[in-house]
Design a protein around this ligand. Sequence first.
Ligand code: HEM
Length: 196
Amino acid sequence: MDTVISILRVIHVITAVLMAWPFYALVAVNQRMRLGPPLGDRVDTFLENTIKNRVLPCYIFQATALVTGLALILLRGMGLVSLVTIPVLGLKFLLLLVIAGLLSVVTFNLQPRIDALFTKRDAGGKILEDDAAQIRTLRGRRKQLSSLCMFCVLTSAMLGVQAWVAFPLWLTVVLIAAIAVFTWRAYTSVTPWGWA
Ligand code: HEM
């Protein structure tokens, strides 16, 4: 049983590493913003295709984190009731539901609207200014949700470290604040120095 738990822990942590995509997606979209016009050229096709093709892997990694996380609880002989009795685990569970929701909003609401706007062109093959403005607004909203997703993933990793032995509350609050600052940097810059 110890071997199974060890393997599951490794899979769980590697899954967490692979869930860093929102951070790198923010790097990519912030680089795209730096590039400036024109809107709708091959750079945008590349960016949109890359983002769209990460949807299925993201759902798979989320499912893997959920299944391995729950399995680790059960295999340690603790019932699902520990999602209530150990607040850190309950919070991790809720955060996973939140990121699944965020991904679904992007996939089923924002992305189809962005795609539809990119297909509309005038006679010269250019995107109308009105449509370009809508694309910018929708992309902005997608970027906000991506940042929120990144914040949730990093918070979930931080909570994972204290799954069985809780940190003092003040330390958890300080770490959440640090994660929020880092997420803000990723939202507003290309983080040229890694952490800043
Ligand atoms: C965004 C999704 C998640 C991420 C990024 C994440 C990340 C992590 C990380 C980094 C650890 C630390 C491992 C260690 O120190 O050994 C951990 C531990 C843990 N996580 Fe998650 N986790 C996620 C979702 C979940 C979910 C949904 C559950 C189930 C409710 C869960 C349950 C656990 C448990 C039980 C541990 C302790 C593992 C052990 O040592 O037995 N995690 N998690």
